[in-house]
Design a protein around this ligand. Structure first.
Ligand code: DAH
Length: 338
């Protein structure tokens, strides 16, 4: 029995020498100390020993059990430490690697133009007003003095939700909302999206942006309009640009005009950007008395001017973009240039 126990002890120590994993260690523990383990079985055989042999064999068996348990415990701690070391090693960061540069975003050219215009007008004392994109057709047309048979009411030009509700085709209805809810003096601009049922091409899109402007006070005249809008053009394109006003027709203004600016690129001689030397920039006019009256503003006391422009058009002119679709396609190669 002594011999058997000593063999068992040697075998145990030998088998733990090369242990590399906690799993293998556990297998060995079971193999020796488990219910059917080698030491357990050996101890069960003690019953057959003579009473003289029993105490010495028992003592040896206990020593061996202690040794096995201690060895397993030590090995276990060692393996666990090794495992943590290994994990730390694998997590190690190589701080000498070059960094990955985050891509910087760019502002959209339309957004740039919008904030340029806002800054210019805010600098002249205007504030920003907003109106809904889903609008009563009365506000989009009737209150703006547009006749019932006006061509732009046609299904081909306007998106109708119901007969009375449209996607606004212009930012001009914001004028009405502002005048209905505020008393003069008024000085507002109103940038926003507008909709027309146009096919997409290089100069058309069913959704685009406009900016409306409105000034109402006592003694506002056409020369206030010209002065304000000429200053605006110079702030936008440079101090040397000139403006000209051509007679035009809008239902909500009388008289009405279109304003051109001399080309900021060629100075007005004619080039690839402008063609003729002039760039058509906006529509404007003196607010029609009917529009004022509808909003309960007395045209005998107050007068004012209004203007409206397409922002895509301004962006395309300013940044020399030749196709409107580029503004909506979100091609990074295009957007990165701004
Ligand atoms: N709403 C006009 C359009 O969509 C633009 C416009 C012209 C607005 C003259 C105005 C204005 O306020 O006075 O073509």
């Amino acid at each position: 029995m002594h011999k058997q126990l000593n063999e068992l002890r040697d075998a145990f120590h030998k088998s733990t020498e090369e242990i590399q994993t906690l799993k293998d260690l556990e297998a060995i523990r079971v193999q020796y100390l488990g219910k059917k383990g080698r030491l357990t079985i050996a101890l069960k055989g003690m019953g057959k020993l003579s009473p003289e042999e029993r105490p010495t064999v028992g003592k040896l068996a206990n020593v061996i059990r202690g040794e096995i348990e201690k060895t397993i415990q030590e090995k276990k701690e060692w393996l666990e430490e090794k495992k943590i070391d290994l994990e730390i090693q694998n997590e190690k960061l190589d701080i000498t690697l070059p960094g990955r540069m985050p891509e910087r975003g760019h502002r959209h050219p339309l957004n740039l133009v919008m904030s340029d215009l806002e800054k210019i007008f805010i600098g002249m004392g205007f504030s920003i007003a907003e109106g809904p994109e889903i609008e009563w057709s009365e506000y989009n047309f009737d209150h703006l003095n547009m006749p019932a048979e006006h061509a732009s009411r046609d299904l081909q030009e306007t998106f109708y939700y119901t007969e009375d509700i449209v996607l606004r085709t212009q930012t001009s209805p914001v004028q009405i909302r502002v005048m209905e809810n505020n008393r003069p003096p008024l000085r507002i601009i109103s940038p926003g999206r507008v909709y027309r049922s146009d096919e997409v091409d290089a100069t058309h899109s069913p959704v685009f942006h406009q900016m409306e402007g409105l000034v109402i006070d006592q003694n506002i005249t056409m020369s206030d309009l010209k002065g304000t809008l000429s200053l605006f053009a110079q702030k936008l394109f440079g101090d040397t640009v000139k403006t000209r006003f051509r007679p035009h027709q809008f239902y909500f203004t009388e008289p009405s005009a279109e304003m051109d600016v001399s080309c900021f690129k060629c100075g007005g001689t004619g080039c690839r950007v402008c063609g003729s030397g002039w760039i058509e920039l906006l529509g404007c006019g003196m607010v029609h008395p009917n529009v004022l009256r509808h909003c309960d503003i007395d045209p005998n006391v107050f007068s004012g001017f209004a203007f409206g422009m397409g922002l895509e058009r301004v962006a395309m002119t300013k940044y020399e973009i030749n196709d409107l679709r580029l503004l909506f396609e979100n091609d990074k190669r295009f957007l990165e240039q701004f």
